[in-house]
Design a protein around this ligand. Structure first.
Ligand code: GDP
Ligand code: IMO
Ligand code: MG
Length: 420
C-alpha cells in the first residue's frame, strides 16, 4: 500500500516537515519526481536541515529511502547531502537506494538552464537553475544518461557525445560559461554514486509492496507547478501530481491508498508566473517576515498572498486528495482579518475554475473575510481546543473543498502538529 504526500500550491508547503513527521509509520519513503530544485526543510536534533535529493525519511532509523526513476539526480548535490546526513550518524549505504532508471543532471544541463533563462529575459520562468528542465528534455528527447549507465563501460563516451550536443546548444544561445569548470567535481560525485545502492526501483518497490510493506511517496514542488496542470509555462518539468507516483516509481494506481495534500494556511510562490491572490503590499510583507518566506533552495523572497480555494479545489481534483494537512497556521496568529479566495472574477464574470491561461484574462480574486484568531497557537497540541476563529477558518475550507483538514501544523518543529 502506498500513501502520497504532495504539495497543492506552488511548492514549499512544508512537505519535508510533514514527511519527516509521518515517516515512522512507513517502511519506505520514495521521491518520485523533481530534483534538487526541491528544498525540503526539517529539524533534526534541533538543527535545521534542507534536503534537495534525499527523501525526507532519511533520519528515521527504520525507514528505507528510495530515489525513484522519475527523479532527475544531481550527483554533486547528492554527495554533499550524503555527507551532511552522515554527520548525524545516518549511513546512506544501508538506508538509501537509487533506481537505475533515474536520469542524471549533467554539468551541461545546469549551463543550459541558465542560458535558456537568460534568453527569455523578462519572460523567464524563474527557474532554480539546477538543470531540471534540460535534464528532463534529454529524457523525453531520448538522449539522457541514467544512473544504471554508470555501471557500463560506455558511460564516459556517451557522456562526451551528450556534452558535445550541449556545447552546440550553448553556442546557439551564445552562452559563454565553460561546462568543463564543473566536471572534476561531477566525475568525483559520479564515482561516489557508483558506491551507493543502485537498484531496479520498480522491482524494489513492488517486491516490498508484495511483502506488505508500507510506502510513502514524497512529492516535490506543488500541483500548480505541474508540467501539465500547472500555470504553464511557469511550471517545473515533471508530473508533480499523484499520477506522477505511478510513472515515477513504476507502481500501479490501485496500490495508492491515501493522498495527503499539503497546503499552507495562506499561499506563496517563488519565481515568475501568475499568482491570483498575491499581496504586493504591507500584508504580503508581513506574511513573508512572520512566515520566513525565503526560498530553501535559492534564498529568494517568496511572493505571499491569501489562501486560494479555486486553485486548491483544482489541485484536490487532479490529485484525488483524501485528506488535507494545513501548515504554517501559526503564521496567521497576529492577523486581525484573514481573507479567503472563493472564486475568480474572470473578464467580469465569476468563475470557480482555473482558466487555461491566467495571464491572458483579466482575473480578480473574489475574497471572503474572516476574523483572525489573534492568539499564539504555537503551543497547541493534539486534544486541546483550537481558537474558535481558527476552527471556523478550517471548517469553511473543509466545507468548500469537500476534503477534511486532518492535521494542522503550528510551527516548524517536529512536534508542532495537531491531529484533528
Ligand atoms: P517544502 O519544500 O514543502 O518541504 O517546504 P520548505 O521547507 O521549502 O518551506 C517550508 C518552511 O516552513 C520551512 O522553513 C519549514 O521549516 C517551515 N515550516 C513548516 N511547517 C511550518 C509551520 O507549521 N509553521 C511555521 N512557522 N513554519 C513551518
Ligand atoms: P519544493 O519541493 C517552490 C519553481 C521555481 C520556478 C519553477 C521552475 O521545495 O516545494 P525549475 O528549477 O523546476 O526549472 O523551476 O518552479 N520551483 C519551486 N518553487 N518550491 C519548489 O520545490 C520548487 N521547485 C521549483 O521557482 O518558478
Ligand atoms: Mg521547498
Amino acid at each position: 500500500m502506498i500513501d502520497v504526500i504532495l504539495g497543492l500550491q506552488w511548492g514549499d508547503e512544508g512537505k519535508g516537515k510533514i514527511v519527516d513527521y509521518f515517516a515512522p509509520q512507513y517502511d519506505i519513503i520514495a521521491r518520485f519526481q523533481g530534483g534538487p530544485n526541491a528544498g525540503h526543510t526539517l529539524y533534526v536534533q534541533g538543527q535545521k536541515i534542507v534536503l534537495h535529493q534525499i527523501p525526507s525519511g532519511v533520519f528515521h532509523p527504520h525507514t528505507t529511502n528510495l530515489i525513484g526513476n522519475g527523479v532527475v539526480l544531481d550527483a554533486v548535490t547528492l554527495k554533499r547531502e550524503c555527507e551532511t546526513v552522515k554527520s548525524f550518524g545516518v549511513d546512506v549505504r544501508s538506508n538509501l537506494f537509487i533506481s537505475e532508471r533515474t536520469h542524471l543532471i549533467l554539468p551541461g544541463h545546469r549551463a543550459l538552464d541558465k542560458a535558456s533563462e537568460l534568453q527569455k529575459g523578462d519572460a523567464k520562468i524563474g527557474s532554480t537553475l539546477k538543470g531540471i528542465g534540460p535534464a528532463y528534455m534529454d529524457k523525453t528527447g531520448r538522449n539522457g544518461l541514467r544512473v544504471g549507465d554508470l555501471l557500463h563501460k560506455s558511460f564516459t563516451s556517451n557522456y562526451i557525445k551528450l556534452r558535445l550536443k550541449h556545447q552546440r546548444l550553448l553556442d546557439n544561445f551564445n552562452f559563454q560559461e565553460d561546462i568543463s569548470a564543473g566536471e572534476d567535481e561531477f566525475f568525483e560525485a559520479i564515482e561516489f554514486l557508483r558506491s551507493l545502492n543502485i537498484v531496479s526501483g520498480e522491482y524494489f518497490i513492488n517486491d516490498a509492496l508484495a511483502k506488505g510493506k508500507k510506502v510513502l511517496a514524497e512529492g516535490a514542488q506543488g500541483s500548480m507547478l505541474d508540467i501539465d496542470f500547472g500555470t504553464f509555462p511557469f511550471v517545473t518539468s515533471s508530473s508533480t501530481i499523484t499520477a506522477g507516483v505511478c510513472n515515477g516509481l513504476g507502481v500501479a494506481p490501485q496500490k495508492i491508498r491515501d493522498v495527503l495534500g499539503v497546503t499552507k494556511a495562506y499561499c506563496t510562490r517563488v519565481g515568475s508566473g501568475p499568482f491570483p491572490t498575491e499581496l504586493n503590499n504591507d500584508t504580503g510583507e508581513q506574511l513573508r517576515q512572520i512566515g520566513s518566506e525565503f526560498g530553501a533552495t535559492t534564498g529568494r523572497p517568496r511572493r505571499c498572498g491569501w489562501i486560494d480555494l479555486v486553485a486548491l479545489n483544482f489541485a484536490c481534483m487532479v490529485n484525488g486528495v483524501t485528506k488535507l494537512i494545513m501548515t504554517k497556521a501559526d503564521v496567521l496568529d497576529q492577523f486581525e482579518t484573514l481573507q479567503v479566495c472563493t472564486a475568480y472574477n474572470i473578464d467580469g464574470s465569476p468563475s470557480t475554475q482555473v482558466p487555461f491561461q491566467i495571464t491572458r484574462v483579466e482575473l480578480e480574486p473574489i475574497l471572503q473575510a474572516f476574523p483572525g484568531w489573534q492568539t499564539n497557537s504555537t503551543g497547541i497540541t493534539t486534544g486541546q481546543p483550537l481558537p474558535p476563529a481558527m476552527d471556523s477558518y478550517i471548517a469553511f475550507i473543509n466545507q468548500h473543498l469537500g476534503v477534511p483538514i486532518k492535521w494542522v501544523s503550528n510551527g516548524p518543529g517536529r512536534d508542532q502538529i495537531i491531529s484533528l
